[in-house]
Design a protein around this ligand. Structure first.
Ligand code: MG
Length: 469
């Protein structure tokens, strides 16, 4: 029966203040998580994801169980993010490979799950190359798949770190999943983007081909990535499939990194009985800390702030599946919003027009007393319109009424406005009776009729234009 031997290595790199990558290396499950968000969020997210993944996977070591474990990990990160505003928005990638049993002799069946842009590779020894098993959930990778970018262009694209899927961003996530039947001698590599940003696939393949020792291969990859720049946290896990005759650790559980700057490092000798041997390389120049699962507390978000560390990334939450249904819901919501907004806008405009058309006032226009439809000075975009220009002029009126007319004297209807014109003409007559014999309305009257001196009677309906409706 085949066995699995895993080894992990990591380094903070030269530009990051902290290491937000977490690697898991056990004899049946390996994982890499690249956390992001906040000064501590990335570390917390990656750590929660890996721990929850391992706990859930150990309850159901099947392919379905590993996929479910990734979903459990997502939910755990999401819940923690929602419950702690200091960690709001944190997320992590997750690439994991787990033994799922039921393999025939001399084979090892692994299930592989992936969310984000950490990667899994299979070493192709005869071809002297590595084969990428996972698809990056990133904007540029999708552009490459659609033919908009070449792989070389994607490698230097400024948006290459923008993810389309990550753990902890939404309540549910859909991991990609594969099953692999591996023979003894097979070698897998899990890594964060800190490795692939610095090294080409052929360089990675050469290291995996040259170094037979699992642990040394892992540390050599990290050391070489540091040599090339070390601009991000670098984390790798190398998995070797061994034949049943080869010795292997029985129940190794290794999580790296677990040391939180500013906190005391875990004391040696604190390993639990479940951990019998670590397969993480210890003699390399790569600085790392190893601790068995369960002996290191999660970093507290209340810890003293450190130098800013955050992967330059903008998460683009991917629509939950079923994708079509999610898109449809979004489209319906947008359409409903537009319809309601248009209805409210149209209704408001209708009320304004109705109010304007139902309003009349008497004022002065071109030196004559005039009946207007609308509001004095206009209402929003609606200007008053002339309904009837009478023969009355300011000399025919009391001076005080002229002042009011200049401002516009509002009435509730067209008929009320005509009555007002009539009353205005009478007031002058009543106050200055002696002038009535000689002060008649002007023959210039267009629509009004002069009866007594200075008295204007309301024009008949046929003599006026009437309000514009
Ligand atoms: Mg990274």
């Amino acid at each position: 029966m085949s066995r699995l031997l895993t080894a992990a290595a990591t380094d903070t790199g030269y530009l990051r203040a902290t290491n937000q990558d977490v690697a898991l290396a056990t004899n049946d499950l390996a994982a890499v998580a690249d956390g992001m968000g906040g000064h501590l969020g990335g570390e917390v997210a990656a750590r929660i994801a890996v721990e929850e993944l391992l706990n859930a996977y150990r309850r159901d070591r099947t392919t379905e169980g590993l996929v479910a474990a990734a979903r459990v990990a997502n939910a755990a990160v999401y819940r923690r993010s929602m419950s702690d505003r200091n960690l709001r928005g944190m997320g992590t990638t997750l690439t994991a490979a787990g033994f799922v049993g039921d393999e025939p002799d001399d084979q090892l069946r692994l299930a592989l799950v992936n969310v984000g842009d950490s990667r899994a590779y299979l070493l192709d020894r005869p071809g002297q190359r590595i084969l990428k098993l996972t698809d990056d959930h990133s904007v540029v990778e999708e552009m490459v798949r659609s033919g908009e970018l070449t792989p070389d262009e994607a490698a230097v694209h400024p948006h290459r770190h923008i993810l389309t899927r990550a753990l902890g961003i939404e309540p549910e996530v859909e991991p990609d999943c594969w099953e692999l039947d591996l023979e003894p001698g097979s070698r897998l590599l899990l890594c964060s983007d800190g490795l692939t940003n610095e090294l080409g696939e052929q360089e990675i393949a050469q290291v995996l081909l040259d170094e037979a020792d699992t642990g040394k291969a892992a540390s050599d990859l990290v050391r070489l990535a540091l040599h090339r720049g070390g601009t991000d946290n670098i984390t790798v896990v190398v998995l070797d499939v061994l034949s049943g005759e080869e010795p292997a650790a029985t129940d190794d559980i290794v999580l790296i990194p677990v040391a939180v700057p500013g906190k005391p490092a875990p004391a040696s000798g604190t390993e639990t009985s479940a951990t019998t041997e670590a397969v993480v390389p210890r003699s390399s120049a790569v600085p790392m800390t190893t601790t068995p699962l369960g002996t290191q507390a999660l970093p507290s978000p209340d810890a003293a702030p450190r130098a800013a560390h955050s992967r330059p990334i903008l998460l683009v939450p991917r629509a939950k599946r079923p994708k079509g249904q999610r898109d449809r819901i979004l489209t319906i919501r947008v359409a409903l919003f537009v319809l309601v907004f248009a209805a409210v806008l149209g209704g408001t405009a209708g009320v304004v027009v109705w109010f304007d058309k139902a309003s009349f006032f008497v004022g002065l226009d071109q030196g004559h007393v005039t009946i207007f439809q609308g509001r004095p000075g206009g209402l929003l975009w609606l200007k008053p319109s002339v309904v009837e220009r009478t023969a009355l002029t300011p000399p025919d009126l009391l001076a005080s009424n002229v002042v009011y007319l200049r401002q516009g004297m509002e009435e509730s209807s067209y008929q009320a406005a005509r009555n007002l014109v009539h009353d205005l003409s009478l007031e002058r007559t009543r106050i200055v009776p002696n002038t009535s014999a000689t002060t008649t309305t002007s023959p210039r009257a267009v629509t009004a009729t002069t009866t007594l001196a200075g008295v204007v009677t309301p024009p008949t309906a046929t003599a006026t234009a009437g309000p514009k409706r």
